[in-house]
Design a protein around this ligand. Structure first.
Ligand SMILES: Cc1cc2nc3c(=O)[nH]c(=O)nc-3n(C[C@H](O)[C@H](O)[C@H](O)COP(=O)(O)OP(=O)(O)OC[C@H]3O[C@@H](n4cnc5c(N)ncnc54)[C@H](O)[C@@H]3O)c2cc1C
Length: 384
């Protein structure tokens, strides 16, 4: 069996590695002229680390080595009140690993270096597929093509594979725009090994950050505003400094220390969870299948979970009938869990967008019963 993967993000690369491990013939096609990780940093959760471990224990070790150990993660208001959070020790006891922060480029480099025989082609922008006699032929914009038994669309939020499969699916804008980057800074204790998200006194105003290696801080800043706005380089930093003026000095330092051209801006969107990830020989994975807003820090972790579930469902030699069943199995492993993550993350974003009752909101968040908090952590971090 030959599997064609479109997209070499964390989902596509994770799937290629997991399929390679199963002895399945894979080829990866990426639109970008060179593999580059967009998005500064990432928090890898215990479930994502466990998937890396299942693919190859050495992968998990490499990510731990390249990443930055986080001893705790908290959400706080601007008055220093903790709204939610966890500590790594508890996570290690319950799920086998604590969370860590890593530069996206470091994670990509590790995943790519671990590929053994899988060809990875860059400059191959998927254009369309065609199914002929059970085989799928893929056309790329450069005029070239490839043929396989199964096409996996791992081409992200705006997946073209998904559009050809299911038609145009409207994106759901969260109401928040987000600026991300890496600041050349070393945070003092107690933030040196801590991830922190601060919720401001205005709707949607949040700042999240953690060290990502000894010399850089990964951060994101969100604000409620209409979609589709753009920054001008001369106003970007002054505008952000004004918006976050009530935040602690370390947030302002992060904004000041980051070169203007290093800010990356996205409107945060997902789409209503799909009822199906594919049909016939065309299937989706990662953000293409189950994009989520980043409020649980789970998008890439979920992409890895799907990569593993897909590979576990397949085998090198499958009859067309067995292949259909295997793909249904992949979908049944993932559909409900990914939907839970997408919808929970969406709700958190909407709670942070509330215009009224912010004090009550914060009080309720801080006083959730311990059992409920543990149940939610289990639902997010525990793998089947
Ligand atoms: C602000 C923010 C913070 C986040 N923080 C976290 C976090 O802390 N932890 C976490 O787990 N997740 C986080 N996420 C989510 C995470 O970034 C995504 O869920 C994850 O990158 C999805 O991986 P993917 O491989 O499915 O898609 P992508 O990373 O989007 O990769 C898709 C790939 O497909 C390629 N491609 C696109 N179109 C084509 C085409 N036509 N032909 C060929 N190739 C194509 C792209 O170039 C890209 O390389 C965050 C997201 C945002 C926006």
């Amino acid at each position: 069996m030959k599997v064609l993967i479109v997209g070499a993000g964390i989902g596509g690369l994770g799937a290629a590695l997991a399929l390679e491990k199963k002895g399945i013939n894979v080829e990866v096609f990426e639109a970008a002229p060179a593999i580059r990780a967009v998005g500064a940093g990432l928090w890898v959760a215990p479930n994502g680390l466990e998937i890396l471990n299942r693919i190859q224990p050495a992968l998990k070790q490499a990510v731990i080595q390249a990443g930055w150990e986080l001893q705790a993660s908290t959400v706080e208001d601007l008055h220093g009140h903790k709204l939610s959070g966890f500590n790594a020790q508890d996570l290690r006891c319950r799920y086998g690993s604590g969370p860590l922060a890593i530069r996206r480029s470091a994670l990509h480099a590790i995943l790519m270096a671990a590929l053994k025989q899988t060809p990875l082609h860059t400059g191959k922008r998927f254009q369309a597929y065609d199914i002929r006699q059970g085989q799928v032929a893929v056309q790329f914009e450069d005029g070239s093509s490839a043929t396989g038994d199964l096409l996996i669309g791992a081409d992200g939020l705006r997946s073209r594979v998904r559009t050809q499969l299911w038609g145009e699916i409207p994106l759901r804008y969260s109401g928040q725009s987000c600026w991300r980057g890496l600041a050349p800074l070393r945070l003092p204790e107690p933030w040196h090994h801590k991830a922190q998200e601060l919720w401001g006194d205005r709707p949607g105003l949040r700042a999240g950050f953690s060290q990502v290696n000894a010399d850089e801080v990964y951060f994101y800043l969100t604000q409620s505003m209409p979609a589709g706005q753009h920054d001008s380089p001369e106003h970007l930093k002054p505008d952000l400094l004004r918006a976050f003026a009530d935040f602690p000095e370390r947030v302002l330092q992060i904004i000041q220390a980051t070169p203007t051209e290093a800010f990356l801006r996205n409107d945060l969107s997902d789409f209503v969870p799909l009822k199906s990830y594919g049909q016939g020989p065309i299937w989706l994975l990662g953000d293409a299948a189950h994009a989520t807003t980043p409020n649980l820090g789970q998008g890439a972790n979920q992409a890895l979970e799907s990569a593993w579930a897909l590979a576990e469902s397949l085998a090198p030699t499958l009859t067309p009938r067995d292949l259909e069943q295997a793909l249904q199995h992949y979908q049944s492993c993932r559909l409900a869990r990914a939907r839970f993550i997408t919808e929970t993350s969406w709700k958190i974003g909407q709670i942070s967008n509330l215009k009224h009752g912010l004090r009550l909101r914060n009080w309720l968040m801080a006083h959730l019963p311990e059992q409920m908090v543990q149940r939610q952590l289990d639902q997010v971090f525990r793998l089947a």
